[in-house]
Design a protein around this ligand. Structure first.
Ligand code: WT7
Length: 656
């Protein structure tokens, strides 16, 4: 089990590159750790009682809850009848107990400008922003869309919404106007909060023109609040658009937090699935906050004087749970950085760690691999000795990257916590506890206390140690999604129908001889590109949307940096000729329709796509072709010549 001491045979160097090397927690770290070994048994004995106790300790309630869990599979209600306010829990209560001067965020702009926000600042600013929303007619339950760069007004806007009980939907700034308008339309948002733009790799990346374009297709938006990041002015539509500094700055600094029910919607966050239509993942208030706060405390071992940096974008769930809600509920001091890791040089992150004495760093394997490629000399030129816990999230971390992270960034002494979770789960579910779990590089190890994670075969039977299958969750947890906005049927279908009574995550997994869980990637048509889930169908739809394209098939190709890269096979309409220029155009078209993150890295024109006799595209063969490996079973292929024709062409795959 995770908390048993592991045999340790001689110097670590001997089996440095063996997959079997294990890392027990450092005894001094273990002795002082927030979460101790006994917590697993405590939670296993009575998981509902465990969360009840956590909710009483960690959340400040306006009205205490009655029943802890009402579970009518697959619909959960946690902390029934309780009333609270999320902004009060994240900000005001800390100010009330004397932490007003504690830094909530050290913010660093990409050009080098900085801002420091204390908990008092956050309280004042989010209250003023909340009053601005009230002035614009936003009330409890009304949805607000947020489309912003990584600037302090982003968490302030989220807290402003939470303060008045208006659910937000944050749309990642890298998404297109079309992606933004479809999300606004799905939830019927009334107000859009945006900015003129943000800095990325030394360039101004504009957002306002996308927001304008989106709103022409999104009639529910009555007003747009625009943060002035650049100071260059922007085209403002009279009566509709308002500068943040004009409407927010003149508001009262006081805005009483509105009590909401435990199950009041806190936010929607859209995520890709196996169809082209993104799902509005619905998170509610009390359970979500508890899940984020508890795991942030236990997994990162957060102490009052830590300086914690989650280097994700708030536009993804990682930022929601582990830049905003979890850390703020725990009164943590955080770092927030606007820009790219290589701007102006690959030293940037390590300069920040050194300057702010960051003690906990949480990032994605794709970033770690990108740093690895630049060499050890860059991080080694900086004093990173303040680091004491390193976290990873978003995709399986390969053992080499895990070891590099621990050795080069963590100086060999920090625990590495590989955290598995999803937009839907709201909170980390599978992860080591840094003071308890003996880790293995590349394994997310075990379900956290209170979480029943299992690996099952195609029939839903738990596999023995050494077996592989599908990852499932067998009990509800507080941070779980409560549904897909407006589509309870899709919620049941997607997550609860594959294995009756269990939540199906869509990931393959194995359990090794010691019971450790290893995540093996998606088993559905979803790619994981640089830690972001992108649906193959969504990219295909964007390609087919182009006037020259007859048919498209998209697969994920293994990529040394981003995990997977998007590989598109495109068949043109008759009369259209393949060309480099058209390949560029098609890529840009995908970026236009979905956003730059979905731009295919490889694009290959194919005279035809391999299909079964019943007309189904054989993606398995396309994956083999994309990977340049021997073809698997092709006996069901309708026309074998098609594959030969594509294969003879692969050298011509356009690489971005
Ligand atoms: C998918 C969820 C959770 C925040 C980031 C992504 C993959 C996530 C890990 C990990 C292996 C991981 C899974 C999952 N994933 N963390 N530690 N090891 N795979 O959120 O966009 O909802 O994607 O990311 O495939 O299903 P998301």
């Amino acid at each position: 089990m995770s908390d048993e001491p592991q045999p340790h045979s001689g110097p670590e160097i001997e089996n440095l590159f063996a997959e079997t090397r294990t890392f027990p927690p450092d005894p001094a770290f273990a002795a002082a750790a927030n979460a101790q070994a006994g917590i697993y048994d405590e939670a296993a004995a009575d998981y509902v009682g465990f969360w009840e106790k956590q909710a009483k300790e960690r959340i400040s309630w306006f009205t205490p809850f009655g029943e802890t869990l009402k579970w009518e599979l697959p619909f959960a209600e946690w902390f029934v009848g309780g009333e609270l306010n999320i902004a009060y829990n994240c900000v005001d209560r800390h100010v009330e107990r004397g932490l007003g001067d504690k830094v909530a965020y050290h913010w660093i702009g990409e050009p080098g400008d900085t801002r420091t926000l204390t908990y008092r600042d956050l309280m004042v600013e989010s209250s003023k922003a909340a009053n601005a929303l009230l002035e614009l007619g936003v009330r409890k339950g009304d949805r607000v869309a947020i489309y912003m760069p990584m600037i302090p007004e982003l968490p302030i806007a989220m807290l402003a919404c939470a303060r008045i009980g208006a659910p937000h939907t944050v749309v990642f700034g890298g998404f297109s106007a079309e992606a933004l308008s479809s999300r606004i339309n799905d939830c019927g948002a009334k107000v859009l909060i945006t900015a003129d733009g943000g800095w990325r790799r030394g360039k101004k990346v504009g957002l306002k023109h996308h927001a304008d374009e989106a709103v022409t297709q999104a009639p529910t938006i009555e007003h747009m609040i625009v943060v002035d990041r650049f100071g260059d002015g922007a085209h403002m539509v009279p009566h509709r658009d308002l500068w943040w500094h004009e409407i927010v700055d003149r508001q009262s600094e006081v805005c009483p937090p509105v009590p909401v029910d435990s199950e009041h919607m806190l936010y929607l966050l859209y995520t890709s699935g196996t169809t082209a239509k993104p799902k509005g993942i619905l998170h509610t208030s009390a359970g979500y906050l508890l899940g984020a706060a508890f795991t942030h405390w236990a997994v990162f071992d957060i102490k009052p004087d830590d300086v914690y940096w989650c280097a994700a974008d708030i536009g993804w769930v990682t930022g929601h749970s582990y830049i905003v809600y979890g850390p703020l509920a725990n009164a943590t001091t955080g770092v927030m950085y606007e820009g790219a890791p290589d701007a102006p040089t690959w030293d940037r992150w390590w300069e920040i760690v050194e300057e702010y004495k960051v003690s906990i760093l949480y990032c994605a394997p794709t970033a770690i691999r990108a740093f690895m490629k630049q060499g050890e000399a860059i991080p080694e030129a900086h004093d990173l000795s303040s680091l004491r816990v390193l976290g990873s999230v978003g995709e399986p971390i390969n053992p080499e990257a895990w070891r590099w992270y621990k050795d080069v960034i963590g100086g060999g002494k920090t625990p590495v916590v590989d955290t598995w979770w999803q937009t839907e789960t709201g909170q980390i579910l599978i992860s080591p506890l840094p003071g308890v779990t003996t880790t293995k590089p590349g394994s997310a190890t075990f379900g956290l206390p209170g979480i029943d994670a299992d690996v099952v075969d195609a029939d839903g039977t738990s596999v023995p140690n050494g077996g592989g299958g599908y990852l499932v969750l067998k009990r509800p947890w507080p941070g779980m999604l409560r549904g897909i906005y407006g589509d309870p049927e899709r919620y049941k279908q997607t997550y609860w129908s594959r294995f009756p009574g269990m939540y199906f995550a869509g990931d393959g997994a194995k359990r090794d001889e010691d019971g450790y869980i290893w995540l093996l990637g998606r088993v559905d048509d979803v790619m994981n590109v640089a830690g972001h889930r992108i649906s193959t169908t969504e990219v295909e739809s964007a390609l087919v949307d182009h006037k020259s394209v007859a048919e498209a098939a998209v697969v994920g190709k293994n990529d040394p940096i981003s995990g997977q890269a998007i590989f598109a096979f495109v068949t043109l309409k008759s009369g259209q000729e393949p060309s480099d220029a058209l390949a560029v155009q098609l890529r840009e078209h995908v970026a236009y329709v979905i956003g730059p993150i979905a731009r295919p890295k490889f694009l290959l024109f194919a005279p035809d796509l391999p299909k079964t006799r019943s007309g189904k595209i054989m993606r398995r063969l396309l994956r083999d072709i994309a990977e340049g490996r021997a073809l698997g079973d092709a006996s069901t292929l309708a026309d074998a010549n098609v594959v030969d024709a594509i294969r003879s062409n692969t050298g011509k795959a356009e690489e971005d």
